[in-house]
Ligand binder design. Structure first.
Ligand SMILES: Nc1ncnc2c1ncn2[C@@H]1O[C@H](COP(=O)(O)OP(=O)(O)OP(=O)(O)O)[C@@H](O)[C@H]1O
Length: 234
């Protein structure tokens, strides 16, 4: 389980995250919604140790991560799919997946189940990442984050610029992973999203941010009643 409590983050003098608290449990998809610039990406970067925080608590499966390096956080079982995918365009699909195993011993194989979840990656394993379509690159970025079999998968706007049929496939994979993980054990999923319908269809729990603060949260079923689409519509 991930616990974030009272997180404060600054870029120079600008107070970006203002006491953000949330939890993400195994077996659930926790969706963070908010308009452009409210601090969603900064929240994920703070969680991954990619930007320093001023104060707050970040705990995963009972271990504090506040002092941990990004590498140690990946080793602790957090897989990260960054905004814009950041796949290695000159490396093959296979090599990109191997990069996802950087925290494991050299002999750890790519889990074969990744190719069941994303069959297109098996067909394209020798192709360069840069030659894949945007949707295929997104699937590769998710598979790379899963290669080390994380307990928590963190995704930053995976639907951005992706065609609808692949968005559906990604949604199905995330639901499967929350319930079954890679090996039958439930996984926690933390999804940052601006595409309301996708978020609403997947959310077990939701969190809405405005100007660096959490302004609403609740269970997925409550989203429609709480009129959350109004808070995130652009
Ligand atoms: N490296 C940086 N240095 C200074 N300010 C930054 C930096 N990165 C982001 N910001 C600012 O921090 C605020 C939050 O940005 P962030 O990218 O976290 O928002 P977001 O909710 O993820 O938006 P988007 O959906 O557009 O990605 C914005 O005002 C942004 O301009």
């Amino acid at each position: 389980m991930l616990i974030i409590e009272q997180l404060h983050q600054y870029y120079s003098g600008a107070h970006i995250l203002r006491g953000v608290s949330l939890q993400a449990r195994r077996g659930e998809i926790t969706v963070v919604l908010g308009r452009n610039g409210v601090g969603k990406t900064t929240l994920l970067k703070s969680l991954m140790g990619l930007v320093p925080i001023r104060s707050g608590r970040i705990e995963f499966d009972g271990h504090s991560l506040v002092q941990a390096t990004p590498y140690q956080r990946a080793r602790a079982g957090i897989g990260y799919v960054p905004q814009g995918r950041e796949i290695f365009s000159r490396l093959t699909v296979q090599e990109n997946l191997l990069m996802g195993l950087a925290t494991k011993s050299a002999k750890t194989p790519i889990p074969p189940v990744l190719f069941e979840l994303f069959p297109v990656l098996a067909q394209m394993s020798g192709r360069r990442g840069g030659d894949l379509s945007g949707g295929q690159q997104q699937q590769l970025a998710i598979a790379r984050a899963l290669a080390a079999a994380p307990g928590l998968l963190v995704l930053d706007e995976p639907t951005e610029g992706i065609q609808p049929n692949i968005i559906k496939d990604i949604g199905r994979v995330l639901q499967h992973l929350a319930k079954n993980g890679l090996d039958g054990q439930p996984m926690a999923i933390l999804l940052v999203e601006q595409y309301y319908d996708f978020a609403a269809a997947l959310a077990s729990q939701f969190v809405v941010m405005q100007r660096g603060e959490v302004v609403a949260q609740g269970s997925g079923e409550e989203m429609e009643m709480a009129n959350i689409s109004k808070l995130v519509a652009i």
